[in-house]
Design a protein around this ligand. Structure first.
Ligand SMILES: [Zn+2]
Length: 370
């Protein structure tokens, strides 16, 4: 059977990961690997990190009654709490927890739709609660073929992660996004009232486990920890890169750039915005972005070709100059003339290959392209 849970975040320090952790600790049956899935970032009424959780249960129908009780006593009371929005101007919705239980894993198609678009409820199984049922079912539907890992620990009181342990963990093979390379700021500890002490990411389970142990040893007191299989950094939210030739470029207030009237490179996207600013009409790029209300929000960009018309270079190595309107060009050094007034030369972008926003501005789902 498959159990899913979503949308129990609340201002009073609720967090779906901890609620799920406690549920797993209480379960009267064996279970598989817990899974944390991030879904379509634009989904209406999503929770802040848009994380949903699921796990396979090895049990029979008797679990329904147990879950019924657990739901009523431990999860239902979380309904209606407003989640923290200290660094988001986005409208916040009261939490609307949802729990689902399916005999068979929901169809994989539902996961793909939920990670790339807005979806409605998945029919079937036994379901508790409200909107959270959508993310909960989508998490159950995830096949985890493409997977990364996160070790999460929850704090007892203060949040304090040892700098020394962070450095050790960062140096391990297989961890990623531990620290922002530009600012040197650690990325594993959230801010705000959420009960998470840290979440450390890794490409394999063993590394996530080892890193979690190292961090727990040297940090403030924790009340528990768990390793999750996740779809973070898999790029699942974007189907494939697209190409475009720049036909228009507009600078918006706040430093944002809009290409071809529908490709947005936000100021916060750092190097992506820098490349967008550098582009000229006629340049060809490849990009990855999420489409929302007719616009693509760029989260990766690569210059394919950029050319600029220049005066030709003379055989002697000097750049020729125009002799005046309709007069052709001439070398200022050896005076040789040419009828060819322009040559197309390649412009080299300030950053080559795939360029992404800074580590702390990337989506949880974004795959590292470098
Ligand atoms: Zn010359």
């Amino acid at each position: 059977m498959w159990l899913g849970l979503d949308d129990t975040d609340s201002l009073e320090g609720g967090c779906t990961t901890l609620v799920f952790h406690e549920l797993l600790n209480s379960l009267p049956c064996e279970h598989g690997e817990p899974r944390l899935t991030r879904l379509w970032p634009f989904a209406a009424q999503r929770t802040r990190g848009n994380a949903s959780l699921s796990v396979e249960l090895f049990t029979d129908d008797s679990i329904v009654e147990w879950l019924d009780n657990y739901w009523n006593q431990n999860i239902l009371p979380l309904k209606g709490k407003i989640s923290d929005s200290s660094h988001s101007l986005r409208k916040q919705y009261p939490s609307d927890p949802g729990m689902v239980l399916f005999k068979e894993q929901p169809s994989e198609d539902y996961y793909w739709r939920a990670v790339r678009s807005e979806v409605s409820f998945y029919e079937g199984g036994k379901q508790w609660g409200g909107n959270g049922r959508i993310g909960a079912a989508a998490s159950c539907a995830w096949r985890s073929g493409n997977v990364t890992w996160e070790g999460i620990a929850w704090r007892k009181d203060t949040r304090q992660v040892s700098e020394e342990a962070l450095a050790n963990v960062e140096a391990m093979n297989g961890t990623f996004l531990c620290r922002d390379p530009r600012t040197n700021r650690g990325l594993i500890a959230p801010r705000g009232p959420c009960p998470v002490m840290f979440g450390v990411r890794a490409i394999d389970r063993d590394t996530a486990k080892k890193a979690t142990e190292i961090l727990i040893q040297k940090s403030a007191e924790t009340i528990g920890s768990r390793i999750f299989a996740t779809n973070q950094a898999t790029g699942d939210h974007i189907d494939s890169p697209q190409k475009l030739v720049v036909e228009s470029k507009e600078m918006l207030q706040g430093g944002h750039v809009i290409l071809n009237n529908n490709c947005l490179a936000f100021n916060e996207s750092g190097d992506v915005n820098r490349i967008a600013q550098w582009l000229e009409i006629g340049d060809e790029i490849e990009f990855m972005g999420l489409e929302y209300e007719g616009n693509y929000h760029l989260e990766a960009i690569k210059v394919i070709s950029s050319t600029i018309a220049q005066r030709p270079i003379c055989e002697c190595g000097t750049r020729m100059k125009s002799m005046g309107k309709g007069q052709g060009v001439r070398c200022p050094k050896c005076k040789k003339r040419s009828d060819k007034k322009w040559t197309m030369e390649e412009r080299l972008p300030p950053l080559q290959g795939w360029v992404q926003p800074p580590a702390d501005k990337r989506r949880h789902l974004a795959k590292s392209l470098t």
